[in-house]
Design a protein around this ligand. Structure first.
Ligand code: HEC
Ligand code: HEC
Length: 261
């Protein structure tokens, strides 16, 4: 056998070494013997419907201020220690849990079953028991979230969503810097709106169908309105001022306004 004949064998051997857990223990896929928290981490990073939990949530308080990628959800460090979630819509005092908060995300943003599939409950919520996640997977995700909790005083809940008329007017009144808006767009919006191609999760905001500044501000703060919400594909998550400060939003609105950029 000449050297050319050996090459394929060598490749097979190299590939086997790269895939074996010994080669890189830090990136070994979880096995059946993995702890629930390890399995939960893998599930946290797995993409469903084009998005993973990790695409939208940071996992430590520290990587919030200077991150180059602005995530729409807030940090989940300490999420298991909060007394309520989704700004009080889910409350431990009513028997609800951080797992319910996670199921809400799965239904809204990953499976997109919230608007059209899940039964509405008497209080206007959704029947989360109908979200298609195996209970063992949800328990694993919660044990992973638990590993992100820090010791110390009880963590405050994140800043509330505010899409009141006054809050939107406050943003509209700020002078917007379109050049700066480009950087904000790249960090916060491009993961979903970037290419505008068939694989993009959201529509292009760059052509003559693009929304005006007013709609950009309202949509980013509140997500799709009631009219849009009647369809399964209206699911864009809203950004609170924690995730996207007013000035960033004003700069974005100046950039996108009418799509001429
Ligand atoms: C498309 C982005 C997106 C994805 C994907 C996503 N989330 Fe969220 N998540 C959000 C947003 C937005 C909120 C609400 C933020 C707010 O209340 O301001 C939220 C809220 C939460 C909360 C409640 C936090 C609190 O203290 O109120 C938890 C817990 C959570 N998500 C867990 C998860 C888990 C686990 C996954 C993966 C299974 C996931 N999320 C996937 C965007 C996302
Ligand atoms: C997690 C994915 C995701 C992110 C991040 C995201 N969007 Fe969206 N966006 C969507 C989707 C999907 C739609 C289509 C309608 C819907 O689902 O609400 C949409 C629709 C919109 C619309 C309505 C379009 C129209 O023609 O009226 C606006 C405005 C918008 N997004 C602005 C933004 C801006 C600005 C950002 C960054 C701050 C952003 N979006 C970040 C997914 C996203």
């Amino acid at each position: 056998m000449g050297p050319a004949g050996l090459a394929p064998l060598l490749l097979v051997a190299l590939a086997a070494a790269a895939c074996s857990p010994e080669a890189d223990p830090a990136h070994a896929p979880p096995t059946a013997a993995a702890s629930p928290a390890d399995r939960g981490r893998a599930l946290f990073e797995r993409r469903v419907g084009g998005l993973s939990c990790a695409d939208c949530h940071s996992r430590s308080a520290e990587d919030q201020p200077d991150r180059d990628r602005r995530r729409v959800g807030h940090t989940l460090a300490d999420a298991t220690r909060r007394p309520s979630w989704w700004h009080g819509a889910l409350d431990a005092a009513k028997g609800e849990s951080v797992g319910d908060a996670a199921l809400t995300c799965v239904a809204r943003f990953q499976q997109r079953s919230w608007n059209t599939v899940l039964p509405v409950t008497p209080d206007g919520g959704r029947d989360l028991s109908k979200v298609e996640v195996p209970p063992a997977d949800l328990a694993a995700i919660v044990s992973y979230l638990d590993t992100l909790a820090r010791p110390g005083p009880h963590p405050p809940s994140p800043a509330a969503r505010d899409s009141s008329r006054e809050a939107l007017a406050r943003v509209a009144a700020l002078p917007g810097d379109a050049a700066r808006g480009r950087a904000v767009f790249a960090a916060a919006c491009a993961p979903c709106h970037g290419s505008g191609g068939p694989d993009a999760l959201g529509p292009t905001l760059r052509d003559d169908t693009a929304p005006d500044a007013r709609r950009v501000i309202a949509y980013v703060r509140s997500g799709p309105g009631d009219a849009e919400r009647r369809t399964g594909d209206a699911w864009m998550p809203f950004f609170t001022p924690d995730a996207l400060p007013d000035q960033d939003l004003a700069d974005l609105a100046a950039l996108i306004d009418g799509g001429k950029w």
